[in-house]
Design a protein around this ligand. Structure first.
Ligand SMILES: *Cc1c(COP(=O)(O)O)cnc(C)c1O
Length: 395
């Protein structure tokens, strides 16, 4: 690429850290064995590497290694959790509770289950993106088998009160799943303290490789049953068949170690620059924060910009800053974010919103440059569109 825009799309994906890549490389070539080959040294070597990564990932969330099932990413982990619980517990009940602001990898499996006759409650969120615990308590019924609420939102960065949700679910005898794709290595996660029964993880949001993730499944207090969704060689205790992808698994483990080591200083660094970005845009007026001001990921800033056309804004910024208005989306033209609409933004406001995702590679110079580009572009667009810029800022 001749000209590289500033990368502020770390919620979509992150580059593989060079240290992570270095740990992966031998497992493509010399140490290429199948971890399931129990009869010779090639298999043992690969198996030892996989088990080391399993321990590393387990320790990061305070879970025993045997409760970690490797998957191809968080999408597969979410599908396995939701469909696997639905199938295993459908005699007990067919009601599932989730939230309107979840990722499509939660909403779509739930819609699929609805087509099979399951009942799904989609909780709304408050204006700040947090769920209301009383709404959750009121939604739980005798036939509720699962509550699935994400740890940190991929668009607005809002961090849900996991420990309070876990406590409520366990008091009411309901299984609690959380999609922690954005949260791992960014905020502390503890499946015991937070009473989490299933947790979806992915490596590529955390400077690890794409195509690898995991599902944590609680083994005791209480033991959670799961119906496998991929059948075959019986790997991962029969829960997820298919030859384990050793290099990616090793990279996942290494990425988690790095993420946990740097969690606190990195969060402090990114939050300071994120706050500076927001503060430096304030003089323009008509810039509204989406999501809770404090209960959010350090590297996340999501703003709605009054008086500009969303697609034009993104188009003008695109040569300078790589970002998006919502989640990395495969639909064309992109639909206005369902997350921002759940916060009360109308479709035009949702389209005129920017998700800025800072990450490990972000530098102070890039933040200053991004501020200059944003100020210039927003001012120019508003001048060329005076009728829109006269609109009163909302709220
Ligand atoms: C990225 C993401 C996913 C999908 O993860 P993949 O590993 O890419 O399948 C699911 N949920 C959330 C919240 C995400 O941010």
């Amino acid at each position: 690429m001749a000209h590289r825009p500033i990368y502020l799309d770390h919620h979509a994906t992150t580059p593989v850290d060079p240290q992570v890549l270095a740990t992966m490389l031998p497992y493509f070539t010399e140490a290429f064995g199948n971890p399931a080959s129990g009869g010779h040294a090639y298999g043992w070597e690969a198996e030892a590497a996989v088990e080391k990564a399993r321990r590393q990932i387990g320790e990061a969330i305070n879970a025993p290694p045997e409760s970690i099932i490797f998957t191809s990413g968080a999408t597969e982990a979410n599908n396995l959790a939701i469909k696997g619980i639905a199938e295993a517990y459908m005699e007990k009940g067919r009601h599932i509770i989730t939230v309107q602001t979840e990722h499509r990898a939660i909403l779509d499996p739930c819609a699929y289950l609805a087509s099979l006759g399951f009942r799904i409650t989609y909780l709304s969120v408050q204006e700040d993106g947090l769920i209301n615990l009383e709404d959750l308590a009121a939604a739980i019924r005798p036939d509720t088998i699962l509550v699935s609420i994400m740890a940190a939102n991929n668009e607005i960065g809002v961090v849900q009160p996991l420990a309070a949700i876990g406590k409520l679910c366990h008091q009411r005898g309901v299984i609690f799943h959380t999609d922690a794709a954005q949260a791992l290595g960014k905020i502390p996660l503890d499946v015991e303290a937070m009473q989490i029964d299933l947790m979806s993880l992915t490596a590529h949001k955390l400077y690890g490789p794409k195509g690898i993730g995991a599902l944590y499944v609680r083994k005791r207090n209480p033991r959670v049953n799961l119906a496998p969704q991929l059948h075959g060689g019986g790997q991962e205790g029969g829960m997820r068949s298919g030859t384990l992808y050793t290099p990616q698994i090793v990279g996942f483990g290494a990425a988690v170690i790095l993420g946990m080591e740097r969690l606190t200083p990195e969060a402090q660094r990114l939050a300071a620059w994120r706050d500076r970005l927001y503060a430096q845009l304030q003089p323009l007026g008509g810039i509204t924060l989406n999501g809770h001001p404090h209960h959010r990921l350090a590297g996340n800033l999501n703003i709605t910009i009054e008086g500009v056309d969303g697609p034009t804004l993104l188009n003008e910024l695109q040569p300078h800053i790589a970002l998006s208005s919502g989640s990395a989306c495969s639909s064309h033209p992109p639909r206005p974010s369902h997350v921002l609409q759940a916060l009360g933004r109308n479709p035009a406001e949702a389209a005129a919103s920017l998700r800025l995702g800072l990450g490990r590679g972000t530098t102070e110079a890039e933040i200053e440059e991004a501020i200059a580009h944003l100020r210039h572009t927003i001012t120019t667009l508003r001048q060329s569109n005076p009728s829109k810029s006269e609109q009163k800022p909302k709220g």
